[in-house]
Design a protein around this ligand. Structure first.
Ligand SMILES: Nc1ncnc2c1ncn2[C@@H]1O[C@H](COP(=O)(O)O)[C@@H](OP(=O)(O)O)[C@H]1O
Ligand SMILES: [Mg+2]
Ligand SMILES: [Mg+2]
Ligand SMILES: [Mg+2]
Length: 329
């Protein structure tokens, strides 16, 4: 199968990073959190997971660059020495060969600019850091892009119930897809138990289950309420952090994921969408931006030609996109 080695390496890297994040989330203390220059939060687990995944990729595919969300600049500052030493501790628990210098070097392997030629990985070590800090959903998201096209994606969702119908049952899922090979889910506890997943077959948008971000700064909650109302949907969207929303639509737990711009100048980041995008497409779903335009991953670190996201199961796609476009007028 094409990309067999890439998939195996990516799955194992995301599984280990998910383990690191779970361990950190259980006992997170103040000294393990930090605010970046843009005021967004980052934790020892974001840095540790980026170090772990990018060092694993560097060993297996030394020629492949990476576009990662985090960089080491804050960790190198004297005032953050304690935060940094904890990052190294967490990373070493999962990979004993990582020392302080290799942690910094691995994190900074994520500085590639992306673009339309060649192949590169894109990593969000923790997508949904705000959810992670609340003890809720988050995802480790890794994708492979070649010539601007997403070819492979792996999503580690440590707090997502394995069976959506058993919310109190086993938690921790790995979702993955390679272009043309379908989409799958396995429990994080046993990757050999993967099963095929697919989107739902709802045809009436009034019956569609919607999901959206918890954070009102990341999506316009008021606008989604008017869209669901216009489509005659009785139930309010359910809210969940991170690319777990792509997981939800990909396995038929929701029909629609809406991400509606809150700030005119905001550009969606490729690492916030690439892994979820390919998993969703391979599960049978459809995706566009809020103007109905296809997503373009070939333009650098952001989706600068797109605004927001509309991701759905196939039969309701056209009517939902139409309602979203109309809601902007
Ligand atoms: N104004 C904004 N609009 C849309 N997304 C935003 C945003 N500000 C930050 N984000 C992104 O929202 C992501 C979380 O998405 P969600 O709300 O679906 O959980 C963040 O990822 P990180 O948590 O990796 O930083 C961040 O990249
Ligand atoms: Mg962030
Ligand atoms: Mg993110
Ligand atoms: Mg992140």
């Amino acid at each position: 199968m094409p990309f067999e080695k890439e998939l195996a390496v990516a799955q194992e890297a995301v599984r280990k990073a998910s383990q690191l994040c779970s361990a950190a989330q259980r006992g997170l203390v103040d000294a393990e959190k930090h605010d970046k220059a843009d005021k967004s939060p980052v934790t020892v687990a974001d840095y540790g997971a980026q170090a772990l995944v990018l060092s694993t990729l560097a060993a297996a595919f030394p020629g492949d660059p990476a576009v990662g969300e985090e960089d080491s600049s804050d960790l190198r500052k004297a005032e953050n020495a304690e935060l940094f030493s904890r990052v190294v501790e967490y990373a070493q628990k999962v990979d004993a060969s990582l020392d302080a210098d290799s942690v910094l070097a691995a994190i900074d392997r994520g500085s590639h600019s992306g673009g339309s030629s060649g192949r590169f990985w894109t990593l969000d070590p923790i997508d949904g850091t705000k959810g992670f800090l609340r003890g809720e959903q988050y995802a480790v998201a890794l994708a492979l892009i070649e010539n601007g096209e997403v070819l492979l994606g792996v999503l580690g969702c440590p707090n997502l119930p394995v069976d959506p119908n058993k919310p109190e049952g086993e938690k921790g899922c790995l979702l993955f897809a390679v272009k043309g090979q379908g989409a799958f889910q396995a429990p994080l506890s046993d990757l050999s138990a993967a099963t095929s997943i697919s989107t739902d077959s709802v045809t009436d948008p009034a019956q569609a289950v919607f999901c959206e971000s918890v954070e009102s700064g990341h999506t316009a909650h008021g606008r989604s309420a008017s869209i669901t109302e216009a489509l005659g949907t009785a139930v309010e969207p359910f809210r969940m952090d991170s690319q777990c929303k792509y997981a939800a639509v990909s396995r038929g737990q929701a029909s629609v994921y809406l991400r509606l711009p809150t700030r005119p100048g905001y550009e969606e980041k490729i690492w916030d969408h690439a892994a979820g995008y390919i998993v969703l497409l391979e599960a049978g779903g459809k995706i566009a931006d809020t103007f109905g335009q296809p997503l373009d991953f070939s333009l650098g670190r952001t989706l600068k030609n797109n605004k927001g996201i509309v991701a759905t199961s196939p039969a309701v796609f056209e009517s939902v996109v139409k309602a979203v476009v109309a809601s902007a007028e």
